[in-house]
Write a protein that binds this ligand. Structure first.
Ligand code: UDP
Length: 312
């Protein structure tokens, strides 16, 4: 099938693009290259690369023409970033998604697969987290992702455009870079590679559900290929590890070790997080395949080459 991947030059997007190409699909990418990298797509036989962002409705209209499914990943990502830049977060994530939906409706696409986030839940009240967990986001990012989900599902009811929203838990993997709003695995990788101490916030006994990007790409493909299913699904590995255990594993698989300090708890951090992935399995026949330790070792091999240059 011919598909559009918005945000296809980003970390998750470029992994999805590779999988789609391997499976024989024609792939057009729309990416502003603001947080994505042209080099993430180097040498790939794309059907097209459109440089621009989803706030530009006419560009989107041209990029989506002739495609059957849109994988909508382009976004302003992260709780902290959204607190610093709430207007960018809202225009990109809400109005940008509306532009994608309008273009999809106009061109008669079959499906949208939207990248949502576990950030929609806010404070976690029960584990594992199923789809019917209360949604009370505590950041603009969580609120805009929730709003965008609801828009996708409203379009599926109104216009017959199938819509699957995938609520990502803690995604990690190859081509995930370190930045100012980075996630814990790239932060630890960057520090280990540059011989700097690691800081664990709090006692380190908090848990997260880390899902490898290969599994996220496979889930997107399963959602896009499926016919008839619309809805919002939680997407994690279904397992959780403590941050202390992560520190031990990342040191073991990388063969690198630096001192570990404990800092104060980060404001707004949830204590435990783990997805209930039963609905994904039942509705889309998807199951995670990656083994955490093996995927972490692969990531560290990649990071040792990619994180060259001075420490940020
Ligand atoms: N964390 C940490 N040290 C760091 C960065 C993060 O101990 O340098 C912890 C953080 O407190 C949280 C977990 O790692 O408990 C995951 O953080 P991340 O920001 O990656 O994801 P989120 O908290 O949004 O799930």
């Amino acid at each position: 099938m011919k598909v559009l991947v918005t945000g296809g030059a980003g970390f998750i997007g470029s992994n999805l693009v590779r999988l789609l190409l391997r499976e024989g699909h024609d792939v057009v990418v729309l990416d502003s290259l603001a947080s994505g990298y042209r080099s993430n797509l180097e040498g790939l036989p794309l059907a097209g690369l459109v440089v621009g962002d989803v706030r530009d409705a006419s560009l989107l209209d041209r990029a989506i023409a002739g495609t059957e499914v849109v994988f909508h990943l382009a976004a302003s990502v992260g709780n902290a970033r959204s607190i610093d830049h709430p207007v960018v977060d809202a225009t990109m994530n809400v109005l940008g998604t509306l532009n994608v939906l309008e273009a999809a409706r106009k061109h008669g696409l079959r499906k949208i697969v939207f990248s949502s986030s576990a950030g929609i839940f806010g404070e976690l009240k029960m584990l594992p987290i199923a789809e019917d967990h209360p949604v009370e986001p505590d950041s603009p990012y969580g609120a805009t992702k929730l709003c965008a989900e609801k828009l996708c599902l409203a379009y599926s009811k109104l216009h017959g455009l199938e819509a699957v929203c995938l609520r990502y838990f803690n995604v990690f993997g190859i081509r995930q870079r370190f930045d100012a709003y980075g996630n814990v695995i790239p932060i630890f990788a960057q520090r280990l590679i540059h011989g700097q101490p690691i800081t664990v916030y709090g006692d380190g006994e908090q848990t997260r559900d880390f899902i490898n990007v290969s599994d996220v790409a496979a889930a997107n493909l399963a959602a896009g290929a499926n016919r008839g299913v619309s809805g919002a699904f939680n997407l994690g590995s279904g397992t959780a590890i403590t941050i202390n255990h992560l520190v031990a594993l990342i040191q073991k698989v990388s063969g690198l070790s630096t001192p570990v300090a404990h800092g104060p708890l980060r404001k707004g951090d949830v204590r435990h997080s783990r997805a209930d992935i039963g609905a994904m399995e039942r509705a889309l026949g998807w199951k995670p395949a990656a083994v955490f330790e093996t995927a972490l070792a692969e990531y560290m091999e990649w990071a040792k080459k990619a994180f060259v240059g001075p420490a940020l």
